[in-house]
Design a protein around this ligand. Structure first.
Ligand code: AMP
Ligand code: ZN
Length: 487
């Protein structure tokens, strides 16, 4: 296994990565809150962790990648107050909250599919794990670190801090955190300024509610990730990720909940992606500066000059290291689009290169440098610089200015397959078209065979062919003129 060093938010330094139980890796990433469309900023985080997942798989680790869907428990305010986001949207669109959840979950999958991200191994939902969340809250109460007021259960941050280090993830002392937070007022039920809700009592109008030892209510946002990561990855697992905006509150509270519940540190490596910004301002739903992926693909946005293919956008994201901010602009996108085309064009050139007897390039060294870049905290920015060195070599061999042996050409193909396609997760639009064309041909052949079987009165075979096509998700329509199909 290659020596991989990753940046750990908890220790704020790069560390040699040691999976808990090599070669097994537990990876948990906070997923989307599905009350609206994901914007490109969200996509940046999910694409970054897709890259990390892909590289760990490439290195030969067996990875269990858990990415949750937040489909309950998200209030408008950060202070356990305001309307539930799902209920509010449901009222607005005059549908059930679960229709909102379904609609935006499907949209999320479509967008990530367009960006060619791999599906996680498990995608648990908050609403599917209410029992596990209640069990954790009960245990935190038994351990004396949470209290109930009028059916709402709060985590007691100050009491927790007498035993544990609450601000460890941001390296901040309790006093500093207390100083920086809003004073309680007469309407607050909680005892301490930093206390947060583990369970929230339902109001008469609350639509999404569950029974609990404290009455009808719903879980707070932070407890879902503690409960689901523990259920699928164990008390302590390898990597927990998410955007940097989750570090100070959501992830800080996750650590506190797990420690308070079972007295173990839940995560070995905390990894946080930096933000996608627009003119230096973080892209967010609340700031109203969020670009939707569909707007980017079609170019249908007042600030865009034109549309961009999903792979050009993925390439744009990966050109910057995940821990650096990335500013979104037409110019930057256009430059990435050109770069992506150059990278793909030289792959086509590579297929037709003629081998020489001698070599004037060191391709093995180039491959080593690609690994070194990825092993250094997944540095895609440097990796891509090395891949452009491959582009230079290919183009120069094509112009007969450089000699490459057959072994060099084969190794360059391997570098493309490993780093460009498998690890960076890029693909050519042409390869999509080719796959589609091949699929259409196969389906056509199967339908011809079915027609022949029918003519020969071999109905067993003709039915079997029909059933197999249906099983593969292909709808067949028989008409007098022949059969048509669609996926
Ligand atoms: P949300 O649906 O708001 O819970 O966000 C889903 C994920 O996207 C979280 O991991 C966030 O940290 C991340 N995220 C939100 N805004 C941005 C942004 N502008 N750039 C990168 N990641 C973001
Ligand atoms: Zn989370």
């Amino acid at each position: 296994m290659q020596a991989l060093s990753i940046y750990n938010t908890l220790s704020r330094k790069k560390e040699e990565f040691k999976a808990l139980n090599p070669p097994f890796v537990g990876l948990y990433v906070c997923g989307p809150t599905v009350y609206s469309d994901v914007h490109l900023g969200n996509c940046r985080t999910f694409i970054s962790f897709d890259l990390i997942y892909r590289y760990l798989l490439h290195l030969g680790y067996k990875v269990r990648y858990v990415r949750n869907i937040t489909d309950a428990g998200h209030l408008e305010g950060d202070r356990d107050e305001g309307d539930d986001k799902f209920a509010k949207k449901a009222k607005l669109e005059q549908v059930e909250p679960m229709e909102i959840v379904q609609k935006y979950t499907v949209g999320f999958h479509e967008v990530l599919g367009a960006f060619n991200t791999l599906p996680p191994s498990i995608e648990p939902t908050a609403t599917g794990h209410i029992c596990e969340q209640i069990e954790m809250i009960k245990q935190i109460m038994v351990n004396g670190l949470a209290y109930e007021v009028n059916g709402t259960v709060y985590f007691d941050v100050e009491k927790y801090s007498s035993e544990f280090n609450y601000g460890q993830l941001t390296n901040r002392k309790l006093e500093e955190l207390l100083e920086g937070s809003r004073e309680l007022n007469g309407q607050d039920e909680k005892k301490g300024k930093l206390d947060f809700a583990l369970w929230i009592a339902a109001k008469p109008e609350t639509l999404m509610r569950w029974p609990s030892p404290w009455g009808w209510g719903f879980p707070g946002w932070h407890i879902e990730c503690s409960a689901m990561s523990r259920k699928y990855l164990g008390d302590t697992f390898d990597i927990h990720g998410g955007g940097m905006d989750l570090q100070a509150t959501h992830h800080t509270n996750e650590i506190a909940q797990s420690q308070a519940c079972y007295h173990k540190t839940p995560v070995n490596y905390w990894m946080h992606t930096n933000m996608l910004t627009v003119n230096g301002v973080r892209m967010s739903k609340s700031a109203g500066n969020g670009f939707l992926p569909s707007e980017l693909f079609t170019g249908n946005h007042p600030l865009l000059d034109k549309g961009y293919a999903p792979m050009a956008v993925r390439f744009f994201m990966l050109q910057t290291h995940y821990r650096s901010t990335l500013d979104f602009s037409n110019e930057a996108l256009q430059a990435s689009e050109k770069g992506f085309e150059r990278l793909m064009d030289s792959y086509t050139t590579l297929q037709n290169l003629k081998a020489s007897n001698a070599s004037s390039e060191n391709i093995t060294e180039l491959q080593t440098k690609c690994y070194e870049a990825m092993n250094d905290d997944f540095n895609t920015s440097i990796l891509i610089a090395h891949l452009f060195e491959a582009v230079r070599i290919i183009n120069s061999a094509n112009d007969l200015k450089t000699n490459l042996t057959q072994a060099d050409i084969d190794l360059l193909k391997k570098i493309y397959n490993d780093f460009v396609f498998s690890i960076l997760g890029l693909k050519t639009e042409e390869s999509n078209q080719k796959t589609d064309a091949a699929l259409a041909k196969v389906i056509g052949h199967m339908l011809d065979m079915r027609t022949r079987a029918k003519t020969e009165k071999n109905f067993k075979l003709s039915d079997e062919i029909r059933d197999k096509l249906i099983e593969a998700g292909i709808q067949i329509k028989d008409t007098r003129e022949g059969s048509t199909w669609k996926i």
